[in-house]
Ligand binder design. Structure first.
Ligand SMILES: Nc1ncnc2c1ncn2[C@@H]1O[C@H](COP(=O)(O)OP(=O)(O)OP(=O)(O)O)[C@@H](O)[C@H]1O
Length: 609
């Protein structure tokens, strides 16, 4: 890594004395850089004990790398996410929380859903409510219960306080039941991890003081993403002992509101509770003048370009169709590669300097096809392990698939029965009467599924969904997307395995051994959320049609949700170091072949009339 000369303001932050500080700074201002340099400097002193917390595994890996932690083996430093920090504590303190053995973390959403289902089934009253729901509303009901449960934990709320609508009182019962079932499985969920450690610190002075003595400096990166439980965990850890806390963050990059995060914790509570001194950094070291001007215009900001001599490029392209959008992107990529050098770009322009970003993964479909046609290398940046299915259709598909390849899989047998609400899913009559009669189609496909006909069978499912009148358009899009993901993984798996087997395929994806981002050569394709904190010289931001970005649900719900979409766009803009090319199609093809006309994102109104 090349040596960077910090600015006077950045150096001041690195050299700050003891105390609490909020570094509130815009995108590309060097927040992470400053945090890293300060940690490095503190660690030169053997008495420093540092805890640096990030929000994602990717960010903590990056911080470890920037800190060159392998060279700092003997130093007192813990770099990790809130979850990994809490897990490390729980591992040695679980008995104090009433567990006989270290609890198992149910990290999969489907595990949580199953527990909610079990809770619902435990009382006939709920089963009646549940059975009375239209099949399309069932997933919504469960996710409402789950988000109620999560809110209790993330908001540190008394369950009673969260009952806002009449009839929701029964959620309280489901919450208690959910916790009992988890306990009987010797398990906890992700939210519990934070909540339990918070409780441990709050209720057990000896443990709190032991951990408080383990650190004398605490850092939180991306502080705008703090939620209530995380903030109070920090507060309870510090108690009266730790005063040296630095939070760095950018309120305009707050995009995790759906997790209960808000910049209020760093901007208001942290400043009040810790008497923190606020420092602002509003220079941008990352982006060219054109990119900063665009970001400023989008957010009505006044960030100064440090690289003002680097003009850069910003362009918005209205494409006739998705195909035209893909041709625009790929055409430009070819031009840039042929150009080889540009005064605004350091070194030769190659594929690794280019990123293609979008709000959702489905906007890349045409571009991916065209990149392949042109033999342009690319990879998907993805933090996910395996595939997670959200649609009921694909869950049924997945469960039955697992049972087929592992008949002794009782968990998923139980899940499948409970999802279908049948005793015997092999019985045609029972299926015909079940909520999801289309399961008989799934059963037929999977029963005949072999390694040889895998691709063809998946194509049959695509055709079935296309012609079905059972699903809404939005559901169809999602099923198509999930199915496509499975198809792509099979392609990759069967390519790298000489003797592919269905069992081998399932195990490999469950363990996250094949991921679509394993190849890291070429152009990076990523959602904006996954690209947070990262950068690329040249960014193509595609799919900027209203309803896609901002997402249609955010438009429906408006308010803070829509605001978060704008923040998300700001994050997207500021990933570009030099050139930013934004585009949107005027027509979008629905997965089943219809065309829908689209207009440009409302956020682009400031740029083009
Ligand atoms: N003083 C400096 N001189 C030159 N380059 C710098 C300086 N400070 C930071 N940079 C560079 O600017 C870019 C942005 O820095 P960094 O990632 O730390 O910013 P950030 O504020 O955390 O960004 P964001 O919040 O947008 O992810 C990086 O490429 C970094 O190396």
């Amino acid at each position: 890594m090349s040596k960077i000369n910090l600015s006077t303001k950045q150096t001041e932050i690195v050299d700050l004395g003891i105390g609490a500080y909020l570094v509130e700074a815009s995108a590309g201002s060097g927040k992470t850089r400053v945090l890293t340099e300060r940690v490095k400097k503190l660690l030169e002193d053997n008495n420093s004990k540092v805890l640096a917390i990030t929000f994602t595994n990717k960010a903590s890996e990056e911080l470890k790398e920037r800190l060159e932690l392998d060279k700092l083996k003997n130093k007192n430093v813990f770099v990790g996410t809130f979850h990994s920090f809490c897990q490390s504590i729980l591992e040695s303190r679980f008995k104090l929380l009433g567990f006989q053995k270290m609890p198992h973390i149910f990290d999969d959403e489907s595990d949580r859903i199953e527990i909610v289902e079990e809770a619902i089934k435990s009382v006939p009253y709920f089963t009646d409510i549940y059975d009375g729901l239209e099949s399309k509303d069932i997933a919504g009901y469960k996710s409402k219960v789950l988000s109620f449960i999560s809110s209790i934990k993330r908001e540190l709320a008394e369950p009673e306080d969260l009952i806002t609508e009449e009839g929701e009182e029964h959620f309280l019962f489901l919450y208690n039941e959910y916790q009992d079932i988890l306990k009987s499985n010797n398990a906890i969920d992700f939210d519990d991890l934070i909540l339990f450690v918070y409780k441990l610190f709050s209720n057990n002075e000896a443990v709190q003081s032991l951990y408080a003595k383990s650190y004398n400096y605490i850092f939180i990166d991306e502080g705008q993403d703090l939620n209530k439980a995380q903030y109070y965990l920090l507060k309870s850890l510090c108690g009266d002992n730790i005063k040296n806390v630095m939070i760095v963050g950018d309120p305009n990059q707050s995009i995790y509101g759906f997790n209960g995060s808000t910049p209020r914790y760093m901007q208001t509570l942290f400043v009040e509770d810790f008497n923190a001194q606020k420092i602002t950094l509003d220079e941008n070291y990352r982006c060219s003048k054109q990119v900063i001007d665009a970001a400023n215009k989008l957010m009505t900001l006044n960030v100064e370009a440090v690289n003002y001599v680097i003009e850069g490029q910003f362009e918005i392209y209205k494409a006739k169709s998705e195909k035209d959008e893909a041709e625009y992107v790929v055409g430009k990529i070819k031009d840039l590669i042929n150009l080889k050098n540009h005064k605004d770009i350091e070194g030769e322009i190659d594929y690794s300097k280019i990123a293609i970003l979008g709000r959702n993964k489905f906007v890349f479909k045409f571009i991916e096809g065209l990149l392949q046609e042109n033999n342009i290398p690319y990879y998907f940046k993805s933090g996910n392990i395996g595939i997670k299915f959200e649609t009921i259709f694909m869950k049924l598909f997945d469960f039955y698939f697992r049972i087929k390849i592992n008949p002794s899989d009782k968990l998923h047998t139980k899940r499948l029965k409970s999802l279908l609400k049948v005793n015997n899913f092999e019985n045609e009559d029972e299926i015909a009467k079940s909520k999801y009669e289309y399961f008989s189609f799934i059963r037929k496909v999977i029963s005949g599924l072999t390694e040889e006909n895998f691709k063809k069978s998946i194509q049959m499912v695509f055709d079935y969904i296309k012609d079905s009148t059972y699903f809404s358009d939005d559901e169809k899009v999602q099923i198509y997307y999930e199915l496509d993901e499975m198809k792509e993984l099979w392609k990759e798996y069967s390519f790298i395995n000489l003797k592919p087997s269905l069992t081998g395929f399932k195990n490999t994806i469950s363990l996250g051994i094949i991921k679509r981002d394993t190849k890291q050569d070429g152009i990076c394709i990523s959602t904006v959320h996954t690209m947070k904190g990262q950068e690329a010289e040249i960014v193509f931001l595609v799919g900027l049609d209203d309803g896609t970005f901002p997402y249609y649900l955010a438009i429906q719900n408006g308010g803070e949700e829509l605001n978060q979409e704008k923040n998300n766009l700001y994050v997207a803009f500021t990933r570009a170091k030099r050139f930013l090319y934004v585009s949107y199609p005027s027509i979008r093809m629905m997965p089943w072949g219809d065309y829908k006309s689209r207009i440009k994102s409302r956020f682009l109104n400031k740029f083009v009339s």
